[in-house]
Design a protein around this ligand. Structure first.
Ligand SMILES: Cc1cc2nc3c(=O)[nH]c(=O)nc-3n(C[C@H](O)[C@H](O)[C@H](O)COP(=O)(O)O)c2cc1C
Length: 170
């Protein structure tokens, strides 16, 4: 599968089959995160793989009760381990770095036939408590991971003419 096909066909998956994710597939997805670029190649990140059913349910509760998170056999919680580093452009490095790694994981998962859904609506303090994440570490995102149990949804996106301009901001 070429990259643009994966980008085009991937959808957020909010219903999962009760089928385990094979270890070799999970490892490939984590490898995609490991190989991702990061600011100054610092790789200040940690990816927590959660399979325990009770813990998954707790994470779903911490994410405003988005129950499908707990339905998936795996949840990956993506953390930035250095929240203090601000790039010259003013953006916090960890948010950008971890988001890139999550994006790469999501695309790799898609190629392997697995569904994901970027979860940004969660109470960070609750997630940290559930997973014993140290105070200084920030939770950037999490995603359920599993085999989709929903038909492919339509994709709605703005046209290129609406989001691209040339030579100056228009
Ligand atoms: C930063 C971010 C946070 C998101 N948070 C949630 C979330 O908490 N729950 C959810 O169901 N979807 C969440 N999404 C998924 C978006 O709703 C989804 O990507 C968007 O509607 C486009 O649909 P698609 O992913 O199927 O192409 C999030 C996506 C991003 C990028």
């Amino acid at each position: 599968m070429d990259v643009l096909t994966a980008i085009n066909q991937r959808r957020s998956v909010r219903a999962y089959k009760d089928t385990e994710v094979e270890e070799d597939k999970l490892n490939k997805i984590l490898e995609a995160a490991r190989l991702s670029p990061s600011s100054s190649n610092r790789q200040e990140w940690k990816f927590i793989v959660v399979k325990n059913k009770e813990t998954r349910k707790k994470l779903a509760n911490a994410a405003m009760g988005q129950y499908f998170i707990g339905e998936a056999p795996v949840v990956i919680v993506a953390c930035g381990t250095d929240a203090k580093s601000i790039m010259l452009c003013g953006q916090p490095a960890h948010t950008v770095d971890v988001s890139i790694a999550c994006s790469f994981m999501i695309l790799q998962a898609y190629e392997l036939g697995l569904g994901t859904c970027w979860i940004g609506a969660f109470k960070e303090d609750e997630v940290k408590k559930i997973l014993k994440i140290p105070e200084s570490v920030r939770v950037v995102a999490m995603t359920p991971l599993g085999y989709p149990n929903q038909p492919p949804l339509q994709k709605f996106r703005k046209g290129l003419d609406q989001i691209v301009c040339f030579e100056k901001y228009e």
